[in-house]
Design a protein around this ligand. Structure first.
Ligand code: EPZ
Length: 429
């Protein structure tokens, strides 16, 4: 299994191109199941999760063509996928495929909406808590689906098709909102989703559905209204930039010092994180190429932060912020409110000499002057990258084991960082 070796201590200077957002690309690819015509997606990141989802969609009979590079394309430019679900030949998403990635469970929505039946294995995914699907099932039942669970599979049927309904989520859920939104586009009548997730990736999917002939309004707010249509047609859509990748590199630069342009990044996608970084001592400016982050001379200041649904501070940046705060001048407090078990990075950060104590859902981080490199191992995607950030700032050598988590969500991480002066390499095997 690949490992990443880092020799810490170098400042980061240069440009990092930001890739398309994983968490938009995945539901957008799944939305391709809603139409018999071709959905063309540009700026799709080259990630293990995307490859895995391609496999899952192929199993349903979807043809996916990945267009090669064109003259003039930037070397980091994302790929273009042509997704054609003309004939869905299988409405089962098997355990072997779905267990690798939680988002693949979401195929249940378009399969049910278009084929009136789906049989999808209960999901797997990152080890960050129990992560149930009760609210997804609730939403589909509101739309008229009859759902049973048997042998680890969710079996959903809607013999006469789905019907528009009022769906009020008792808690904000990104997965629940994606599923309700996709299913409702082909339901008969009007669906109103309240307490919907406002994440930019939801809005990106809604924009794409509208290009396909869907009638969705209010996406990006807590109230989404969907007028169902009989069919969706083909369309072309560009995946929005990855706000979590942006925030991750912004934290890396704040930690090591230096000056980096995050090319293609959009500040409105992560304003709360940029505010926290400014408080921590980063200098952030925005120009028409992206977001520029620097920290020169000044120390890292401690912060108190709680994760929250968008537009709050994202849970997907919590581990990275904790790595940064390990070297702050004083005590920081980070509270995780979205997932109950998303602190697996704490014990690994301790290997670098970080001083972190946990009390329920709040971590207290007492900053130390220097971290020291160490062999570490990550248990989930964002935890893995927090170890990379710590390694970049630590004295000496760090070896990050189990790199496959990183490959699920960060495109060419080591290339992007080494181009900015980091000593980082992948060791294969
Ligand atoms: C999405 O996960 C993201 N994944 C996650 O990113 C992200 O951490 C999360 O949203 C929160 O922002 C993708 O977009 C592919 P939720 P999701 O439904 O949709 C509970 C990453 O690293 N809940 O908003 O699964 C749930 O347990 C990943 O890229 C229920 O109780 O998150 C959690 O506590 C990790 N019942 C809360 O809601 C349900 O039926 C929010 O989950 C569904 C969710």
């Amino acid at each position: 299994m690949d490992r990443i070796r880092i020799v810490g201590g170098s400042k980061l200077n240069g440009t990092i191109p930001i890739s398309g957002a994983k968490n938009a690309a995945l539901p957008l690819m799944i939305a391709g199941l809603l139409s018999e015509e071709t959905l063309i997606l540009d700026n799709v990141p080259r990630l293990a999760d995307v490859v895995n989802l391609q496999r899952i969609l192929s199993n349903h009979g979807v043809d996916i063509m990945s267009a090669g590079k064109r003259p003039g394309d930037h070397e980091y430019q994302g790929q273009t996928l042509h997704i054609s679900a003309a004939n869905i030949i299988d409405t089962t998403a098997p355990y072997e495929l779905v267990s690798k990635m939680r988002a693949s469970f979401w195929v249940i929505a378009p399969l049910l909406a278009r084929m009136h039946e789906a049989r999808v294995s209960l999901p797997g995914g990152c080890a960050i808590g129990t992560r149930p699907v009760d609210l997804l099932i609730m939403a589909l039942e509101k739309l008229g689906a009859i759902i049973t669970i048997d042998g680890g599979y969710v079996i959903a049927k809607a013999p006469g098709g789905l019907k528009g309904a009022a769906i009020d989520f008792p808690k904000v859920t990104v997965s629940g909102t994606h599923v309700a939104l996709m299913a409702a586009t082909l339901a008969k009548g009007t669906t109103v989703i309240t307490n919907a997730a406002c994440e930019p990736e939801i809005q990106d999917v809604a924009d794409c559905l509208n290009k396909m002939g869907g009638r969705v309004s209010g996406a990006g707010t807590p109230r989404i209204v969907i007028e169902g249509v009989a069919r969706l047609h083909g369309a072309r859509h560009t995946v929005l930039p990855d706000r979590i990748e942006t925030g991750t590199y912004a934290m890396a630069v704040t930690m090591t010092g230096g000056d980096v342009l995050l090319a293609g990044a959009r500040p409105e996608l992560l304003q709360s994180a940029l505010d926290v970084l400014t408080q921590a001592g980063a200098v952030i400016s925005v120009n028409n190429e992206g977001i520029r982050v620097s920290r020169n001379g000044a120390g890292i200041m401690p912060v108190t932060v709680s994760t929250a649904p968008f537009p709050g501070f994202p849970t997907d940046l919590q581990a990275q912020l904790m790595a940064l705060m390990a070297c702050a001048k004083g005590s920081s407090h980070i509270t995780e409110t979205i997932f109950e078990n998303r602190f697996m990075h704490v014990q690994e950060l301790a290997r670098f000499g970080a001083r972190i104590s946990l009390d329920g859902e709040t971590a207290t981080i007492d900053g130390v002057a220097k971290l020291r490199g160490a062999p570490v191992m990550a248990t989930d995607l964002r935890a893995s990258v927090s170890l990379v950030i710590a390694g970049l700032a630590a004295e000496g050598e760090t070896m990050v084991n189990r790199v496959y988590h990183l490959d699920r969500g960060f495109e060419r991480l080591e290339d992007k960082l080494s181009a900015c002066g980091a000593t980082i390499e992948r060791i294969s095997g």
